[in-house]
Structures are given as structure tokens and as C-alpha cells.
Ligand binder design. Structure first.
Ligand code: G
Ligand code: G
Ligand code: MN
Ligand code: NA
Length: 253
């Protein structure tokens, strides 16, 4: 409860910031866009990572307020970059949305509001959800359908860690699979086969694939051979504060 109050007060006081991790298209080698990752710059404590406060926020409606703030801030930031330079016109931004928020009918209005307020084209926004949300939250399913009707893309985050099969995703409101970094980090040949299979199956169902947690050149080259569409990870860049992320796109484009 103490943490909850501090989170709520911190949100009102502007203590949160969004960091941006580059996502690269493997075919062209170009920067495709960013994943927005929230951080809490807590006075007297320092930068608090999301794993230390998202689970607390998720026990209450606070997660909806936090996700809404990130949606507004990330769309505003990318719209600003686009306005600054035509070279940034195609940058996408992926925002993580919690299952609790996705099950709330307000999520559709929250996303619509963020798009209207920022002027960001819906096609440049990706909503990231975990696979358990799709399978276990019937309300979230309908809201994702509505978001896709707006033109927003939907990505399944941490794919492979739940119990969803790719076949199940065929009838789901999903555009992209993000393969969990535990599979990319694994040196087990069975895991490698599984990743290769996930990529091929995803393509069969018309989904694009992002490999998460790419940390070395060998992984990158292997993913390229497997025709993975996008990569994200420390090899390219850690999540960066907005100013540093802007330098990244200026240098890349
Ligand atoms: O940045 P980092 O890798 O430490 O993020 C850890 C986890 O926190 C990730 O699983 C990510 O999905 C989640 N996360 C990061 N930012 C947000 C956010 O704005 N909203 C929600 N709901 N989760 C987030
Ligand atoms: O669950 P989600 O994919 O939203 O979380 C992304 C998290 O993964 C962030 O906390 C980010 O800091 C972390 N991350 C991103 N790239 C790498 C990487 O290459 N290696 C490791 N170990 N973590 C990463
Ligand atoms: Mn994510
Ligand atoms: Na992930």
C-alpha cells in the first residue's frame, strides 16, 4: 500500500519517464522504430526498473493510469520526432499494455485519445500484450479487435513462455510475434529448432516476427538466415532516454 501511494503520487509529480529501445528490420538493416519502456525516477532512490513497480501497479487501477500516461508520452514523443525530420516519418512505437487495462473498455478510448492528442498515425502504434491476456481475458480480445480496426498493430510479447500455440493465434487479433529472449539466449539446439519453427509458422499465418534479447552477432546472423523480420536487444542498443534515442535515429536514417 505504501508503494502504491508512492506510485500514485509519483505519477502526479511527473517522476516517470519513457526509455526507447531500437527495433531493427533485418532485411534492410534499418531502424524500424522503438519499444517504449517506462522507468520511475524516484527522488532519493534513483531509477527504478519496471519489474519493481509494474506488478504493484497491476494490483490496482493504477496500472491503467500508468499505461495511459506511457501511451500519451510515447505517441507524443514519436510524433515530435516525425515533425522534426521527414526521415523519422516511418518510425513505429510499441507500447506495453497490461492485461488489466486491456480488459477495461476504457482502453479503446485511451488509445484513441493518445492518437488524437499526438497526431500519430494509428499504423505507427503497436500495442504489446502477453499471450495469457489473449487466451484468458475475453474482454481484452474484443478490445484488441477494436484497436486493430483503428489501424493499430498488436504484438504478442514474450511469446513462447505461455501455453499458446501458433495455430491458436491464427484466429486472433494479432499482427506480430515477439519471441521471448530466453529462447534467443538459449544454446540448446532444441530451442534453436523451436525458434526456427516459430518463425516459419508465424509467416504461414501472416504474422511478422521480432526476436527479443539479441546480444551477439552469431544470433543476429542466424536469425537473418531464418528470415526473422525484426530484432531487438543489447547488440543494437539498450533502452535509451528520449534524447539519446533521437540521436540514434538521426544517425541511422
Ligand atoms: O525495461 P524492462 O525490460 O526492465 O521491462 C521489464 C518489463 O516491464 C517488461 O516485461 C515490460 O513489458 C514491462 N513494462 C515496461 N514498460 C511498461 C509499461 O509502460 N506498461 C506495462 N504494463 N508494462 C511495462
Ligand atoms: O517483456 P518485455 O519484452 O516488454 O521487456 C523488455 C525487457 O527486456 C526490458 O526490460 C529490456 O531492458 C530487456 N532487454 C532488452 N534487450 C535485452 C537484451 O538483449 N538482453 C537482456 N538480458 N535483456 C534485454
Ligand atoms: Mn514488451
Ligand atoms: Na518481451
Amino acid at each position: 500500500a505504501e508503494m502504491e501511494e508512492a506510485l500514485s503520487a509519483g505519477l502526479a509529480a511527473g517522476e516517470f519517464e519513457v526509455h526507447y529501445q531500437p527495433v531493427m528490420a533485418l532485411g534492410s538493416g534499418r531502424l524500424d522504430g522503438y519499444e517504449a519502456l517506462v522507468r520511475w525516477n524516484r527522488p532519493g532512490v534513483g531509477m527504478v526498473p519496471p519489474n519493481d513497480f509494474i506488478p504493484v501497479a497491476e494490483t490496482s487501477k493504477l496500472i491503467c493510469d500508468l499505461d495511459r500516461w506511457v501511451l500519451h508520452e510515447a505517441t507524443r514523443q514519436v510524433a515530435e520526432w516525425r515533425a522534426e525530420d521527414r526521415a523519422a516519418a516511418g518510425l513505429t512505437v510499441a507500447v506495453n499494455v497490461s492485461g488489466r487495462h486491456l480488459s477495461d473498455p476504457r482502453v479503446v478510448r485511451d488509445v484513441t485519445d493518445a492518437l488524437l492528442a499526438s497526431g500519430l498515425p494509428p499504423e505507427l502504434l503497436v500495442v504489446e500484450v502477453t499471450e495469457t491476456v489473449l487466451v484468458n481475458e475475453p474482454a481484452a480480445f474484443g478490445h484488441l479487435v477494436a484497436l486493430r480496426e483503428l489501424g493499430v498493430a498488436v504484438a504478442i510479447d514474450d511469446f513462447g513462455t505461455g501455453y499458446t500455440s501458433i495455430g491458436q493465434l491464427a484466429g486472433m487479433p494479432v499482427d506480430t510475434l515477439k519471441i521471448d529472449r530466453s529462447f534467443i539466449a538459449s544454446t540448446d539446439s532444441g530451442h534453436a529448432e523451436l525458434v526456427a519453427l516459430m518463425i516459419r509458422a508465424a509467416h504461414t499465418f501472416g504474422l511478422t516476427v521480432v526476436a527479443e534479447g539479441v546480444e551477439d552477432d552469431a544470433q543476429l546472423e542466424w536469425l537473418q538466415e531464418q528470415r526473422c523480420d525484426y530484432v531487438q536487444g543489447y547488440l543494437l542498443s539498450r533502452p535509451l532516454p528520449a534524447a539519446a534515442a533521437a540521436e540514434a535515429w538521426r544517425a541511422a536514417l
